[in-house]
Design a protein around this ligand. Structure first.
Ligand SMILES: Cc1cc2nc3c(=O)[nH]c(=O)nc-3n(C[C@H](O)[C@H](O)[C@H](O)COP(=O)(O)O)c2cc1C
Length: 178
């Protein structure tokens, strides 16, 4: 199987999660093409953003993962615009959002809606609470009291379960057997 992973991660949380996912995919012996959205853009005159790299349209993927942070409850504009422009040889998509424990919002639904217009069917998603980019921990509700190491192990386990569930759905037309 061949996967695509496109991620956007200005402060590194989503990149960490993406890296776990990449390790899991590779450990299972599958191929994954990786795009960091920040490397795919060019900023013209400090205002206009153009995508200098999208995805190779001739490639065929079994599933595309899109990972991004939540900004003001939404998908970041850059990822939204990228998804709107994207032309891709792939029938299914899966989404990961990271958010700063304030509210996970509806970024994943927005991404799913954009891709559904291109007949790409969303089959799984995961929203992961992480450190907030600019709010200090004490300013927000502490969702869990685990220490950093325990939390790290739990996140890795969650991503592994998420990938296995996604694989099962992929093999069963979007459904779980259980
Ligand atoms: C402009 C901006 C808006 C944000 N809005 C939200 C929000 O609505 N809800 C939330 O829980 N976290 C919010 N966050 C926190 C990020 O979603 C969170 O820290 C995320 O994991 C950052 O991902 P990154 O490190 O991959 O950039 C916001 C962060 C920024 C910079």
């Amino acid at each position: 199987m061949r996967f695509l992973l496109v991620y956007f991660s200005p402060t590194g949380n989503t990149r960490k999660i993406s890296n776990h996912l990449i390790d899991i995919i590779k450990a299972r012996g599958y191929e994954v093409d990786i795009f960091n959205l920040s490397d795919c853009i060019e900023i013209i005159d400090k205002k206009e953003i153009i995508f200098k790299k999208l995805v190779a349209e001739y490639m065929e993927y079994d599933l595309a993962f899109f990972a991004f942070p939540i900004y003001n409850l939404q998908i970041p504009n850059l990822m939204r615009d990228y998804l709107k422009k994207l032309s891709i040889n792939c029938k299914n998509a899966s989404f990961i959002s990271t958010y700063g424990k304030v509210a996970k919002g509806y970024g994943i639904d927005q991404a799913a809606y954009i891709l559904s217009k291109k007949s790409i069917i969303p089959i799984s998603s995961l929203a992961i609470p992480m450190e907030h980019s600019y709010l200090k921990e004490k300013d927000v509700n502490q969702i869990n009291s685990l220490d950093l190491k325990e939390r790290q192990a739990k996140i890795e386990e969650e991503i592994r379960d998420f990938f296995e569930e996604t694989l099962e759905r992929l093999k069963n037309n979007g459904k779980l057997q259980k």
